[in-house]
Design a protein around this ligand. Structure first.
Ligand code: KG4
Ligand code: ZN
Length: 353
């Protein structure tokens, strides 16, 4: 069998992205091109992503982004084995733009369409970057999602835990907003945290010590808000200390919840994970990556985190997930509908009250 060559298209949120990736029959991946056009400038005046602006921006630039990805890779549409697009979950206007474009190319080039779940793409990226084998424990931490999953195979994801309220990236973004830091907040909070004292404020560690591997962030976020209100007007040092103390609390919570998740994994699957994999935009955070390195060794496995550019939204992860699905003969019809909501595993690993 020859290598698979797949074009991937990502438009579910605020990055317009396309990439060409190859996959050998043995499962080795190679990124031939990876073009990301961020919409940060379009949304920053509003302090967050505006769905209508996002959809229009995707329409304007997607053709160019795809042309660039194809040119960088030095391939023609007729060379492709398939066209992959994120068909959800995400902002529906943007998803429609990417999926419709993928369908058009699929029809014109007579190559199969592969509809990829955006979360699945984050989940499988570590197989492209680190060749991780199944089954592994995945911590998926982005702006919209915070989940612990057992990744057993392509298309086989069992949810172990999730957040009961805010996603971790969302909490970073909200803390940034309340401290008047620029959007997107995550990287900015990390930058400020490096200048601050993580012990100045004793913020809560919600859910720590609980058996169920779930998360809760809203109490922590509120604690930061109350402290910021109490101190106002904030000095630069106050902002840095608030960020450092908030990030320290998040790090502690993540370490504790991942350990609870590893226990669940072992109980349900009968053996430990081949790796602890971290994916999604928050995995770009250096403090969180360092902490998880220690957690991985505590739970008797290794840590695999894709490089930051492959943790935040990109086309290569969609192309790779498309290649993984294609390698198993999984393709999709051209009348497939985009999905704003699309859980990886609608049924959690155990029923919960
Ligand atoms: O995966 P992603 O690019 O988009 C979604 O699918 O949500 O993740 C974006 C999220 C945002 O909430 C952003 O603030 C957060 O990831 N993020 C970070 C860092 N870089 C991005 N959070 C904390 N520290 C970072 N360095
Ligand atoms: Zn994402």
């Amino acid at each position: 069998m020859a290598d698979l060559l797949v074009l991937g298209i990502e438009t579910t949120c605020d990055e317009t992205a396309a990439a060409v990736v190859s996959r050998s029959p043995s499962g080795a991946g190679d990124i031939l091109s990876n073009v990301v056009r961020s919409q940060i400038e379009d949304h920053s005046p509003y302090g967050g992503v505006v769905p209508e602006i996002a959809a229009r921006a995707h329409v304007e630039v997607l053709d160019h982004v795809i042309a660039q990805a194809m040119a960088d890779a030095g391939v023609a549409f007729s060379d492709l084995s398939g066209i992959a697009a994120a068909a959800g979950p995400g902002l529906i206007g943007g998803v429609i733009v990417g999926l419709t474009t993928a369908k058009s190319i699929s029809l014109a080039a007579r190559r199969p369409l592969v509809a990829v779940n955006h979360l699945e793409a984050h989940a499988l990226t570590a197989r492209l970057t680190d060749g991780v084998a199944f089954p592994y424990l995945l911590l998926l931490v982005s702006g919209g999602h915070t989940q612990l999953l057992a990744v057993e195979d392509v298309g086989k994801y069992r949810r172990i835990g999730t957040t009961l309220d805010d996603a971790i990236g969302e909490a970073f973004d909200k803390v940034a907003k309340m401290l008047s830091l620029p959007y997107p907040g995550g990287p900015e909070v990390e930058r400020q945290a490096a200048l601050g004292d993580p012990q100045r404020f004793a913020f809560p560690r919600p859910m720590a010590g609980r058996r169920e591997p779930d998360f809760s962030l809203s109490g922590l976020k509120t604690a930061v808000r109350l402290e910021a209100d109490r101190l106002a007007p904030l000095s630069d040092q106050d902002v840095a200390d608030l960020c450092a103390s908030f990030q320290a609390a998040v790090v502690d919570v993540i370490m504790d919840r991942v350990k609870a998740g590893a226990r669940f994994f072992r109980e349900r699957l009968g053996s430990g994970p081949t790796a602890l994999v971290v994916a999604g935009g928050v995995a770009a955070n250096g403090a969180i990556r360092n902490a998880l390195n220690k957690t991985a060794s505590d739970i008797g496995t290794r840590l695999a985190v894709p490089p930051p550019v492959l943790c935040t939204d990109n086309g290569a992860m969609i192309a790779w997930a498309g290649a993984e699905r294609l390698s198993r003969g999984l393709t999709d019809p051209l009348d497939l509908s985009p999905r704003a909501r699309w859980p990886l595993d609608p049924a959690p690993i155990t029923p919960r009250a």
